[in-house]
Write a protein that binds this ligand. Structure first.
Ligand SMILES: Nc1nc2c(ncn2[C@@H]2O[C@H](COP(=O)(O)OP(=O)(O)O)[C@@H](O)[C@H]2O)c(=O)[nH]1
Ligand SMILES: [Mg+2]
Length: 249
């Protein structure tokens, strides 16, 4: 089956934020390359790196010559949110998929987010939707995640069971509008982009996935939780004041 789209843009862009990922990235890029080569559609892969102290950038640079669809963006300032925003806005695909370097969701699940199986502007991987499976997650981490989600649903995103999973797919039209309005550059950017999506009237769909906990997480519960809680209130306040809508493009 071939999808017919009216220009040379790739059908899919995969955007991978990567910070000190020299251990996890090579294997993940291998799996992604094998997967995209087997698909009937065209795909670009964009790794966005900022401030790594290991050789994450070099690993990608070394692959560029043999993989024309691979790109590397290197940024000065830090933050996963910033990396994803820059990648989403640099991407050219009709669908733009952000994907964590640890592939805690197998890349093979990508097609569940795309036509012909699904055609919505914003489809987010969910570890909570009916049919989802969580593998090896330590109970304490799960509990902290659920507490955060309770705050997210209460303050900003009623009905969204899992805003934090690192796998999310946007149509080009949705990505261009949503990511331009994003202001947060750290871990809570997921909540902000979904709040913006809702504010702009985009349909949000949670897609159940099989998710395997990877012990190499860079989120520090102690250090990052307070900031994330504070930013939730900041997002809520911006939604209430209509700030995302005022800047509507
Ligand atoms: N570019 C970039 N990527 C980051 C940064 N912080 C985290 N990431 C990436 O975000 C993704 C998710 O990080 P991870 O530590 O697996 O978090 P968790 O699975 O949510 O606990 C990985 O691909 C990280 O490399 C950052 O400051 N810059
Ligand atoms: Mg992870």
């Amino acid at each position: 089956m071939k999808f017919i789209y009216p220009s040379d843009n790739p059908f899919l862009s995969i955007i991978i934020p990567a910070h000190n990922e020299s251990n996890r990235l090579p294997q993940s890029l291998n799996s992604i390359r094998e997967f995209v080569n087997a698909q009937p559609y065209s795909c670009e892969v964009i790794v966005v790196e900022n401030g790594s102290s290991d050789n994450t950038g070099k690993i990608v640079r070394d692959l560029l010559g043999s993989w024309p669809e691979l790109q590397l963006i290197e940024l000065k300032a830090s933050g996963k949110g910033l990396a994803v925003r820059e990648g989403m806005l640099a991407a050219k695909g009709y669908y733009r998929f952000m994907m964590d370097a640890d592939l805690s969701m197998a890349v093979e699940e990508v097609n569940k987010f795309l036509p012909p199986r699904l055609d919505v502007p914003v489809a987010i991987a969910s570890r909570e939707a009916p049919g989802a499976v969580r593998v090896n997650e330590p109970p304490v981490r799960h509990l902290i995640g659920r507490l955060f989600n309770t705050m997210v649903r209460t303050l900003v995103l009623p009905g969204v069971q899992d805003s934090q999973c690192g796998f999310k797919c946007f149509s080009a039209a949705a990505a261009e509008r949503i990511f331009r309005l994003q202001t947060l550059t750290g871990w809570s950017f997921d909540v902000e982009i979904l709040a913006i999506a809702r504010d702009l009237g985009f349909d949000l769909r949670e897609v159940p996935i099989r998710w395997t906990y990877d012990p190499g997480s860079r989120v520090s519960v102690l250090k990052d939780s307070l900031r994330m809680a504070r930013e939730l209130f900041e997002i809520r306040s911006k939604v209430m004041r209509g700030l995302y809508r005022e800047k509507k493009v």
